[in-house]
Each structure stands twice: as structure tokens, then as C-alpha cells.
Design a protein around this ligand. Structure first.
Ligand code: GPV
Length: 832
């Protein structure tokens, strides 16, 4: 080979500053097609991303090849959402070439920050569920686990949120507009997915009854692969996302002119399947297109999984020993019927064998107990779209109900709870029940949530299968959420305890003793201050508001939901505003209330609460009588990128959901890891955070899940009485009711007041208000003692080791998946 090509080939893989710089210049010209004078920031981002991607490809192939050669058991994480965010910093950091890249850009007269900021935020998810999937991908790759993510390559990610007059308006998020340098299109990896049609019965070769699905419409699923760079760059896993392509299997001669155009239109419409992410978080939407999305990606993924398995095997007996399939909520639960169909109809297995294999392969994670989020598809719709699957579901149900203990005991109420079909009203398929029955393990995402699963939605299944439900408390990746998002604190930590914490977060406990070190405390404060400055600049840019660095940064960032109770926070804000105005001579601790989060476009109450926060902000921020001691900001378009700026700067973390309603929460973990003190209810993983940090280092308030349950059961709660007996609450509500924050429309907030009074205050905002204010006061008092505050903040950071998603993923790997790390062979360090 020509020596010049050979050396270029080596350069593609070299990680030093000079090679990076030369690669950048070459990529800019030959792949992006620009010269340095004409290049925009975005061109440079694409250039750098492509050059970095080069340095991943060999190790990626080595990883995949090692899994193949070892015929390793793989885990397949099926998820309708992957909330990835940006990948440049993540790739550079995990490859360990952050500084080299910065220097290479420096030598080209370019700013790394500008390049990084030109990357769109990949928002293929709504919130916690999607971000958890992304953290798991990072943890699996970082620990050498053979894990694949499977999902949909949405053309439009989660909408962009803007404010008009304080109201949320949604704009399409066109993350692919300028191309995606991280992905590899695989036009040859293509699977047909069927819809509609009917089922034909026939006799197979041995005279047994058999079925085929005929007259169906077909869509093709085409793969796009994104490498998932593990920490250290040794293991590079794959995220495979499916895009819908029309088939070309129609006969041109067959149509007259009109029918031809119609047929072409149909083809185009079929590509809508992967067009857009549904913007609902923890609420079922019940749309036909959504159901088709679920089946589309699940079917393609299962076909791909079976194809890979069959490279090494001729019988399916070993499938459960070679593949673990994790269902991220019920969204891919139709996969249970689909695997049964593939095994029986396409591969000729007998029912009992197919069922044994299916159950041993699947596991299901439940992420909510909220009844409005539990998927239940109308039988008539499932029958129409997936006729063969409906048959299979009936069959699973019939076999199960016949054998269940409830049947034996003649307990009809329990039998109807266990049924896969909800027979009340229009008949529906309960996807949670299907997922439970078709899986060998079912898990909740925090200790409390898992216990409540056993006591509520899955009580009858738990009685039937007492060993099936298990807990896997969520976690977060310390790479993105500390090392990358918070370089100031990361460097401080590493300077004292080394870098071991990055891949073994348990080691961060070594910081606990540093809480008593006055110098360390000073440096810890300095890091927080630096992050607060960065956030203040961001706030000024985004909202025009100037905030004080010395104020308490009190942060509530998450999806807008009534159960998450942003309303409780804004009511406290109004009460604090009143107190400050009433007592102008008191020396107040300045407070900045920071909100961010999107509301589902159709969730009117959530959107009204956003408007209320913006209205309160307008009044409070411009009232000279509070002397800038209180500021309220609502940052638009909360996403992973915004989170990376906000979370490291937080002093207080608001985790104030009605107890029993937040399955886990993961923002709570990110904030505590970055040294924020939590004000929270005993809900979700807050319970375990308290155990880890100690009750003295967290502000717990409010009713417990048990108390909430009792209060509701006894009907013994009257919000009007609570309001009447709490003057601060009454005054805040009166102001809102009489238009103090909405002089242009005094009735604007009637629906909120209505919900809190006649509506019965379902989320117990009024019930928890007094105790919440007490917790807020305690936090404000503590903040005056900056040494004591910092001590607690350090203990929080140092106590979060257990919440690493590495720990979570390891628990899944050993207790559910039975998968083990594989060390990839890098022949010739990738020079091959
Ligand atoms: I179901 N969650 C989510 O983000 N979207 C959903 O559709 C459903 C659940 C969340 C829960 O609300 C969080 O409590 C939890 O931490 C997260 O899933 C990850 O488990």
C-alpha cells in the first residue's frame, strides 16, 4: 500500500494533539467540504465529531467481534425513549482526549466551547424514563457488558419549548436538520413489519392446526447505529435505532392513474411511523400511531435479535442463555406476543416450548403506579392492527387463568384482576399484565415503589408469583452527571481522592472525612460558586434576569406534572414574597427560585402552572420592596444540555412529589451528587437518599405514602379547612384568585383554585403546605451558616456512591440478565 495512505490510516486512530489537528483539517475539507475560511461553527462541530468517530470505529468493531466470537450472552434494552443529549463531550471524555482536543482546536484558533455548543441535543425521550435508558447504555459500555439499546430514530425529538407571554408554546425539534455525524445508516439491515390483514388457519405438515397472517400491509424498519463509548474507550457498544421506510412491493401496472397516486401516498404515509416522539410523560395517549410505533420497533428488534442468535444456533432452546430482553415499561410489551408469533408461526415451535423460552428471555421494568399511565389498548384496535397477536394474547390469557390459584379458589374478583383483558366498558388489553406474565422478573425502580407495586397494581400477580417482583433502585452515570457536567468539582475531588470514583462511585465516600476540613470546604464552595456564575450567565442570556450569586439557588427541574407539585413550590414562593414585604427590615437570606421543565402539549393544568410561575416571576422580580432578595426564573426548553448547566449550580434540590406517586426520581440523585441539599417528601428514591446521606443532611417534610393512603381512605381531608387555618396559605391563594399576578385576566387561575378546593386537592398541596414552609425555613436558616451548609453539601456528594447506574446495571446483570463482562480483543491496538 502507498505509504501515504498507510500513515493517514494510522493517523485516523492516533490520539495526540498533532494528529487530531491534522485530522480536523482533513475532515473539514474532504468530508464536510469546506475550507477553514468558509467554515461555520457547525461545520467545525461536524468536523470534530467525524474525526472523533474515526477513533471509535476500530474498537467498536473489536467489541462487536469479541461478543460474536465468544457467543456471549447479550442484553437487549428495548426502549421507546433514549434521552441522550449531546455526545461530543461525552465521547471525548470517555476516550480520555478532552484536553488533546481542546489544544488541537486552540492551535486552529477555535474555541472548544463554541464547537461543543454547536451540537444539537438529541432528545429522543421525555424525561426520567428516557434518561435512565441513556445512563444504562453508558454504564453497560463502561463495565464491558454486552448491552444493546434498541429504539426508534425519531425524526423529530421532544418539542422545543418557548414562552410567549409566559405561556408555553411548542416548536418542532429538528435535531437531524444538518445531519447526525454520530450515526451509521445501515440500509442493508432492513426488516419487514406487518400491520392489519387477517389470520388464516391451516393444517401443518404433521396435521396440526397452524396459522398465518395474510393480506397485511408492510413497512420496512431500517437500522441506524450509534456507537456507545464506554469509559476508558475499551468497550464500544451499539445503540440501534429503527427508521420507517416504505416498501416498494407494489405493481406499477396494476394501477390506473388515480390509484397509483393513492398507493404512493400510502407508501409515504407509512414512513410517518418514525416521524415524531409522543411528548407525553407518564400518561397514556391511546393513539393508534403510538401503538404502531411500539410494535414497529419491537418487531424489528426481535427479528434482529433472532437473526443474531441464529448465527450460532440451530435450535431455540438456548435463546434464554444467549439473550436477555429488558422491557423499559410496557411500551415494548407487545414483544411478548411477537416473540411467541415468531417462534410458533415462523420457526414452527410448539406453544409450550415457545412460552417457556419467551418467559425466560423477557424481563419487565415498571416505572409508575399512576393509573393514567398504565397502557390498556382497546381489544378492537389490537384485533384490527395485529390480528394474530390478539389471538395469541387470548390464548396466553386462557391458559393462565385456567391454571391460576384464583380459579382453584373460585375467587372471581381476583381472576378478573389477573386477566390480560379488562372487561369493564370497552374491552382492553392490559399491557402491564401481559408484561408481568410474559417475564421471569418484574422490577420496580426504588424500594418504596417496588413495595407499593406488591401492595397495589400487582398485588394479585404478586400473590400468584411471589418470587417474580424484585427491586432495582435507579441510578445515574457519574461520567456525564459529575465528571463532564461539573469539571470544577470533579477536579477538586480527584485532587484529593484520585480518579477511581469515576468508574467506581463508591470510592467517593472517601470525601466524607473532608467535610471537616476547612480548606476543602472553602474549595468546595469555590467550585459551587463557579458553577453558579456559569448558571447566572445562562439565566441572563435566556431570560434577561440578573440573579445574585450569593443567593440560595433553589432548583426544581423536571417535567411539569401535578403530582410533582411545582404548584406547592410557587405557593411557598408567594408566601415568602409576602413575608419579605411585610418585614423589610429583617436581613433576609436572598433566594433565587429556579424552575425548568416542559408540559405535555395537551396538559392544560400543567401549562397553566407554568404561566402562573411566569406571572409570579414578573411581579416579584420587579417589586423594589423585596430589594432583590427574591428572584423567580423559569428557564425555557429544559433538556439534557440545560440540566448539565443547572444541576452543578444548585444549592437546594426540590423533590416534593405527593408521597407514593414518584416511582423513583433520578434528578434527585444528580442534584445531591453535585452537592445540593434536598428538600423532599418520603417518596421514590428520596427514601433511600435519606438513608445514605443521613436524616441530618436532608430536609424531609410532608405526609408519608402510608399517611396519604389513610387520609384518602378515610375521606378525612378538607382542603378548605386547611386553607382557612393557615393565614399564609390563604393569603397566597387569595392573591392568585383575585388577580394580583394576572391583572390582565383576573380569573386566569380559577382552574387551579378550583382543583385545590372543590376538586378535593388530589395531590395534597394544601395538606403539605405548612410542613413544606417549615422545611424551607430550616434550609434558609442553615444557609446563613456557610460552614455548616458546606459540610452537609459535602456529605451529600460523598454519600451518593450507591446511586451510580453502574451499581444498578450490575444488579440487573447478576440478578435478572445473567450477563457478564466481555473484554474486547483489540488486535494491534486498532491498527489492524
Ligand atoms: I411510566 N417515568 C417517566 O419518565 N416517563 C414515563 O412515561 C413513566 C415513568 C419516570 C418516573 O416518573 C420516575 O419516577 C422514574 O425515576 C423514571 O421514570 C425512571 O425510572
Amino acid at each position: 500500500m502507498d505509504a501515504r495512505y498507510k500513515s493517514r490510516d494510522i493517523e485516523r486512530r492516533s490520539l495526540d494533539v498533532d494528529s487530531l489537528k491534522r485530522s480536523f483539517l482533513e475532515w473539514l475539507v474532504y468530508s464536510v467540504g469546506k475550507d477553514a475560511r468558509a467554515a461555520t461553527r457547525r461545520d467545525w462541530f461536524h468536523t470534530v465529531a467525524l474525526a472523533v468517530r474515526d477513533r471509535v470505529v476500530d474498537r467498536w468493531m473489536d467489541t462487536t467481534r469479541s461478543y460474536y466470537h465468544e457467543d456471549a450472552k447479550r442484553v437487549y434494552y428495548l426502549s421507546l425513549e433514549f434521552l441522550i443529549g449531546r455526545l461530543l463531550t461525552n465521547s471525548l471524555s470517555n476516550l480520555g482526549i478532552m484536553d488533546e482536543c481542546r489544544q488541537a482546536l486552540d492551535r486552529l484558533g477555535l474555541s472548544m466551547d463554541d464547537v461543543v455548543d454547536s451540537e444539537p441535543d438529541a432528545a429522543l425521550g421525555n424525561g426520567g424514563l428516557g434518561r435512565l435508558a441513556a445512563c444504562f447504555l453508558d454504564s453497560m459500555a463502561s463495565q464491558g457488558l454486552p448491552g444493546y439499546g434498541y429504539g426508534i430514530r425519531y425524526e423529530f425529538g421532544l418539542f422545543e419549548q418557548r414562552f410567549e407571554n409566559g405561556w408555553q408554546v411548542e416548536h418542532p425539534e429538528q435535531w437531524l436538520q444538518f445531519g447526525n455525524p454520530w450515526e451509521f445508516a445501515r440500509p442493508e439491515v432492513l426488516y419487514p413489519v406487518q400491520f392489519y390483514g387477517r389470520v388464516e388457519e391451516f393444517r401443518d405438515s404433521v396435521g396440526e392446526r397452524a396459522y398465518r397472517w395474510v393480506d397485511s400491509e408492510r413497512v420496512l424498519a431500517m437500522a441506524y447505529d450509534t456507537p456507545v463509548v464506554g469509559y476508558g474507550g475499551d468497550t464500544i457498544n451499539t445503540l440501534r435505532l429503527w427508521s420507517a421506510r416504505a416498501t416498494s412491493d407494489f405493481n406499477f401496472g396494476h394501477f390506473n392513474e388515480g390509484a397509483y397516486m393513492k398507493a404512493v401516498e400510502q407508501k409515504i404515509l407509512s414512513e410517518n411511523l418514525s416521524r415524531v416522539l409522543y411528548p407525553n410523560d407518564a400518561t397514556e395517549i391511546g393513539k393508534e400511531l403510538r401503538f404502531k410505533q411500539e410494535y414497529f420497533f419491537t418487531s424489528a428488534s426481535l427479528q434482529d435479535i433472532l437473526r443474531r442468535y441464529l448465527q450460532h444456533h440451530t435450535s431455540f432452546d438456548n435463546l434464554p442463555n444467549k439473550a436477555a430482553i429488558q422491557l423499559n415499561d410496557t411500551h415494548p410489551a407487545i414483544g411478548i406476543a411477537e416473540l411467541m408469533r415468531l417462534l410458533i408461526d415462523q420457526h414452527g415451535l410448539r406453544w409450550e416450548k415457545a412460552w417457556e423460552i419467551t418467559q425466560a428471555t423477557f424481563a419487565y421494568t415498571n416505572h409508575t403506579l399512576l393509573p393514567e399511565a398504565l397502557e390498556a389498548w382497546p381489544v378492537r384496535m389490537v384485533e384490527r392492527i395485529l390480528p394474530r397477536h390478539m389471538q395469541i394474547i387470548y390464548e396466553i390469557n386462557a391458559k393462565f387463568l385456567t391454571r391460576s390459584k384464583a380459579k382453584a379458589a373460585g375467587d372471581n374478583a381476583r381472576l378478573s384482576h389477573l386477566s390480560l383483558i379488562d372487561e369493564r366498558g370497552d374491552r382492553r388489553v392490559r399491557m402491564g399484565n401481559l408484561a408481568f406474565l410474559g417475564s421471569h422478573k418484574v422490577n420496580g425502580v426504588s424500594a418504596l415503589h417496588t413495595e407499593l407495586m406488591k401492595e397495589t397494581v400487582f398485588a394479585d400477580f404478586h400473590a400468584e408469583f411471589p418470587d417474580r417482583i424484585t427491586n432495582k433502585t435507579n441510578g445515574i452515570t457519574p461520567r456525564r452527571w459529575l465528571k463532564q457536567a461539573n469539571p470544577a468539582l470533579s477536579e477538586l475531588i480527584s485532587s484529593r481522592i484520585g480518579e477511581g470514583w469515576i468508574s467506581d462511585l463508591g470510592q467517593i465516600a472517601a470525601l466524607k472525612e473532608k467535610a471537616d476540613d476547612v480548606v476543602f470546604r472553602e474549595e468546595f464552595r469555590r467550585a459551587k460558586r463557579k458553577n453558579k456564575k456559569r448558571l447566572a450567565a445562562y439565566i441572563a442570556r435566556q431570560t434577561g434576569e440578573e440573579v445574585q450569586i450569593d443567593s440560595i439557588f433553589d432548583v426544581q427541574v423536571k417535567r411539569m406534572h401535578e403530582y410533582k407539585r411545582q404548584l406547592l413550590n410557587v405557593l411557598h414562593t408567594v408566601a415568602l414574597y409576602n413575608e419579605m414585604r411585610d418585614n423589610p427590615t429583617v436581613s433576609w437570606v436572598p433566594v433565587t427560585k429556579i424552575f425548568a421543565g416542559k408540559a405535555a402539549p395537551s396538559y392544560h393544568m400543567a401549562k397553566l402552572i407554568i404561566k402562573l410561575i411566569n406571572d409570579v416571576a414578573k411581579v416579584v422580580n420587579h417589586d423594589p420592596s423585596v430589594h432583590d432578595n427574591l428572584k423567580v426564573v423559569y428557564l425555557p426548553n429544559y433538556n439534557v444540555t440545560a440540566a448539565e448547566i443547572i444541576i452543578p449550580a444548585a444549592d437546594i434540590s426540590e423533590q416534593i412529589s405527593t408521597a407514593g406517586m414518584e416511582a423513583s426520581g433520578t434528578g434527585n440523585m444528580k442534584l445531591a451528587l453535585n452537592g445540593a441539599l434536598t428538600i423532599g417528601t418520603l417518596d421514590g428514591a428520596n427514601v433511600e437518599i435519606r438513608e445514605q446521606v443521613g436524616a441530618d443532611n436532608i430536609f424531609i417534610f410532608g405526609l408519608t405514602a402510608e399517611e396519604v393512603n389513610d387520609l384518602r381512605a378515610n375521606g378525612g381531608f378538607n382542603p378548605r379547612e386547611v386553607i382557612a387555618s393557615n393565614p399564609a396559605l390563604k393569603r397566597a391563594l387569595d392573591m392568585i384568585a383575585t388577580g394580583a399576578f394576572s391583572p390582565d385576566d383576573r380569573n386566569r387561575y380559577q382552574p387551579i383554585l378550583q382543583a385545590l378546593t372543590d376538586g378535593g386537592d388530589h395531590f395534597l398541596v394544601t395538606a403539605d403546605f405548612a410542613d413544606y414552609c417549615r422545611a424551607q425555613d430550616a434550609a434558609m436558616q442553615l444557609y446563613r451558616d456557610s460552614e455548616e451548609w458546606t459540610r452537609k453539601a459535602i456529605i451529600n456528594t460523598a454519600s451518593m456512591g450507591w446511586f451510580s447506574s453502574d451499581r444498578t446495571v450490575n444488579e440487573y446483570a447478576t440478578e435478572i440478565w445473567d450477563v457478564h463482562p466481555v473484554k474486547p480483543t483489540h488486535d494491534g491496538e486498532g491498527f489492524r
